[in-house]
Design a protein around this ligand. Structure first.
Ligand code: FES
Length: 172
């Protein structure tokens, strides 16, 4: 009799504990779910006329840093590109966006318009382990295994709209 009462008490306390844990966890998990404001960031408009030619701006899209690249007219790049590169997707576009997360271990590469190391032409350089990318985000040297991710995007006048399919429809 004693034992079963103690068991019941134990169960009751255990049950209370569970309710307590749920009470603490629920608000915690709620804060981890995407908030309305971060979902609203699913489409970002950038006015390319505010970015000088040859320069790059970093904006936030879906919580990620994104490069907006504004290449000069008739930009020529002396490096090499491959068939599978972002270049195929982005060639001829003076204004485009790339997710600014290195495909090696996730650092944010740096835009080097004057070049870096053996490259005396514009490249992105990842300072973490020495990865190099072309201006279109193609991995050209170092440990990165893939080009930078290209988000869906379209151009309207001088505006680049990131997150809306256009000249890039699919995520690559
Ligand atoms: S994280 Fe960029 S090279 Fe390693």
């Amino acid at each position: 009799m004693e034992t079963s009462r103690r068991d019941l008490l134990g169960l009751a306390i255990g049950g209370l504990g569970l309710v307590g844990v749920a009470g603490v966890l629920y608000p915690l998990l709620k804060t981890l779910a995407p908030s309305a404001s971060s979902l609203a960031g699913a489409k970002v408009e950038v006015d390319g006329s505010q970015i000088p030619e040859g320069q790059v701006r970093v904006v936030s899209w879906k919580g990620k840093p994104v490069f907006v690249v504004h290449l000069p007219q008739n930009f020529q790049w002396p490096g090499k590109t491959k068939e599978t590169d972002n270049y195929k997707l982005l060639q001829g576009q003076p204004l485009y966006a790339l997710v600014a997360v290195c495909t090696h271990l996730g650092c944010v590469p740096l835009w080097k318009p004057q070049g870096e190391a053996e490259y005396n032409y514009p490249v992105f350089h990842c300072p973490c382990h020495g990865g190099f990318y072309s201006p279109w985000g193609d991995n050209i040297a170092g440990p990165p295994p893939r080009p930078l991710h290209v988000p869906p995007q379209k151009v309207e006048g001088t505006k680049l709209i990131i997150g809306e399919p256009g000249f890039v429809k699919e995520l690559t």
